[in-house]
Design a protein around this ligand. Sequence first.
Ligand code: NAD
Length: 262
Amino acid sequence: PGRLEGKVAIVTGGASGIGESTVRLFVENGAVVVIADIQDDRGSTLVGELGPHIVAYRHCNVSIERDMENLVKFTLDKWGKLDIMFNNAGILGKSMTSDATNVDMDDFDHVMSVNVRGIVLGVKYASKAMVGANIKGSIICTSSVAGIQGGVASMAYVVSKHAILGIMRAACSDLGQYGIRVNCVSPSAAITPLSLSFFRQALSNPLLDKESIQGILDNNHNLVGHSLSTLDIAFASLYLASDDSKFVSGLNLVVDGGTSST
Ligand code: NAD
């Protein structure tokens, strides 16, 4: 039997990349899933493919409070409860285009609004629904190896991904009493539209060292002998979403083949 049989999940940023692979794996494991994304076309294609197990809550911008409140309402109306909230939507902004001497503050605010405010809102409305219905739910947030180490020309992204660990720890402290668990998944680079634009922006920056960027792109640094796939990351979220991790809260599950430990 699937490890998420009978569970209801929301996946933000579920129309692409890591979110999409996670939606597929959650459905394979018996969950029903609401995709929350601003890319409506890709969301509709996935719904067409996976049928009655998923619905898309369209035009859902995670940084807008009303959208997140309505997303959770929509989920409760559709499936009656919420067990799993995967706060995964995130953006890169203008990473790799300028260094600390030249941070674009409009871009900084924009990245914070999606990557930080968006996750606080996801935690807020998901936990409210879980507490109200006495659901011992699982909240998972996508941080990054950029949440535990620096990176050149990436001020906004690095700050936002560190902040997500703070959100996890604050939420974990508040919600443990209700049996709600809050954890993070922190991947290194896997090929998605987001990481490809990271590499494009990096390779076109004359100040950055092309060889080491190409090295990350080729995944030369991984220790486990293969490149990271979005499915590898989805398996980490499946563990945190399922009852297999029922005593695990406040964990930052780093999925990087060991590279940040060496
Ligand atoms: P992606 O671009 O394939 O998917 C991100 C999805 O989020 C897209 O469908 C996009 O439309 C959606 N989104 C963006 N802004 C949104 C908003 N305001 N409201 C709702 N949806 C929005 O990228 P991905 O690589 O799958 O990224 C998913 C998460 O993983 C992000 O938080 C990213 O920072 C993180 N991450 C990715 C990598 C990687 O190498 N791909 C590594 C570490 C962390």
